[in-house]
Design a binder for this molecule. Sequence first.
Ligand SMILES: N[C@@H](CCC(=O)N[C@@H](CS)C(=O)NCC(=O)O)C(=O)O
Length: 248
Amino acid sequence: MSSTIRFLHHPTSQPCRAVLQLLLETGIPFEEEVVNLMDGDNEQQSFKEKYNPTGQVPILCDGDFVVWESAAIGFYLSEKYNIPDHWFGATVQQRASVQQYLHWHSTFLRRGAGAFFYTHFAECIWGKRDYSKEIEKGKYTLYESMALLEVWLTKHNYLCANEISFADLQGYHEFVSHVAGDILVDADWQQHPRIKQWFDAISERPHSKAVNETIMQVGAMRLAGDLIPMTRRTSLAKGTEITPETPG
Ligand SMILES: N[C@@H](CCC(=O)N[C@@H](CS)C(=O)NCC(=O)O)C(=O)O
């Protein structure tokens, strides 16, 4: 049995990039496996049975133990490895603040990802249709979340303290996709100067550029009008009114 943890992910996925950046920044040794989401490998029954019944990534395998959900993976890593305290908090209160952000994140900012998904990926999966309702829904949640984050960042330079934590990586990678896909325009940043400053500071970190490379390329392709090659015609995206049966 290999003693090195395996990290199953895809570089276009925001929660996957957050965990990948944590692994790289902390120097935890890991083996990387990119799951072919573009052809729906993650929706195969064998994949769901072996790794994750939801079919989603990221997934971490440590010997026979499998854990999915990016926040749970982060906490697992923080408990298993001796990583600097700032990532998950040194005190019980600091750890609660990181938890607090991650719980909020999964039901707010994360759902704003629909703005990117339905603007850029949906057409590659289901073809040209009217996705405007879904895009609006995503943008509404994104802007609502940004208003809150702008206030959140008045207290510290980062979301939970004056040093970066895993909460920041989770939030940051949502914004990276919105930047890659031109979902956010200059006026949005001007209205949220603290988020902009925070975003720029994280972008300067040594691993940010490499972790962001694929999604930036995907964004550039879509903005140039090219489709991302993929054979899948379904998606696990939740909260959609669009189903494979919906007429195009
Ligand atoms: N709450 C989950 C969300 C994971 C998630 O949304 N994964 C997406 C990629 S961003 C996925 O695996 N989608 C598979 C699909 O749509 O086929 C986490 O934080 O790990």
